[in-house]
Design a protein around this ligand. Structure first.
Ligand code: ZN
Length: 268
């Protein structure tokens, strides 16, 4: 149970009622049936306690800041269905391991990486490799959700969209674009989803190199997913970026014998 002073601080309220509750100025948040939108509840003993909607509101704000889209907010480690990965067939290039064994290992490694981050470590991230629909985005989003729930700073970038955004920036948006690039360089945890699904130009290659190079030098945890193999990645990103990516991320294969998204088997 938190002291009332802590609750006031967490809710960003000025004592004396000068500043209204955040929720009071956001009508959509005044619908919590438990607290009526105030963000806290008074217990019978007169002490105040944060309502569960307070944590949820914080999580939603954190997701917006991290650019984690609503559809990805449901992808958690708990919802990663190992049953989708056959345990009776060896995965191609899986060095004798089954689809199930690879998926279990990828999930455990991703979770282990997140657990280290939460206790203040800066572990090497993962580069999830696998064909379209093998569950890579699910695991990357699960990492984002896990970390955001634990108040870690994360930026989740869908690489093709990010590069389009940078390239398509019109005059007047330069500051915004520069800010996003700086954020990608410096954020505690950067997640690059779908690396390689883009026609790279010299300029986008150079943007990506700058980000990866900075993060490698600063030992900042980076997670990435790609449909490409190493040879194609090297052709697309260039040797310098690929070597930095591999320094930042441990390669980890995640394969499935079918496209989980097409079959609608991936629980979201
Ligand atoms: Zn509430």
């Amino acid at each position: 149970m938190q002291e009332f002073s802590e609750i006031i601080k967490a809710a960003d309220i000025e004592v004396g009622g000068v500043r209204p509750l955040r929720s009071a100025v956001r009508p959509q948040e005044a619908e919590c049936p438990i607290c009526g939108g105030s963000g806290y509840i008074l217990r019978p003993d007169g002490r105040a306690q944060l309502c569960r909607c307070h944590a949820e509101r914080h999580f939603q704000q954190a997701c917006r800041a991290a650019r984690l889209q609503p559809a990805l907010q449901k992808m958690t480690f708990e919802r990663f269905e190992l049953a989708n990965y056959p345990g009776n067939a060896q995965a191609p290039d899986g060095k004798g391991r089954t689809y199930y064994e690879l998926a279990k290992e990828a999930c455990a490694k991703m979770r282990g990486c997140c657990e280290k981050l939460v206790v203040g470590g800066a572990p090497r991230g993962l580069l999830l490799l696998g064909q379209v629909g093998s569950g890579k985005t699910h695991l990357a989003a699960a990492a984002a959700n896990y970390l955001l729930r634990r108040r870690q700073k994360v930026l989740f970038l869908v690489v093709p969209d990010f590069l389009d955004e940078l390239r398509g920036a019109f005059s007047g948006q330069e500051d915004e674009v520069r800010r996003l690039q700086e954020q990608a360089k410096k954020v505690s945890v950067l997640i690059l989803d779908d690396l390689g699904s883009h026609n790279f130009s010299d300029w986008t290659r150079s943007v990506l190199f700058t980000i990866l190079n900075y993060r490698m030098n600063e030992c900042l945890t980076t997670i990435a997913t790609t449909n490409l193999n190493f040879a194609d990645l090297q052709g697309l990103l260039g040797t310098r970026s690929l070597s930095r990516l591999l320094s930042l991320c441990e390669p980890c294969l995640l394969a499935c014998d079918r496209d989980l998204r097409l079959r609608g088997l991936e629980k979201v």
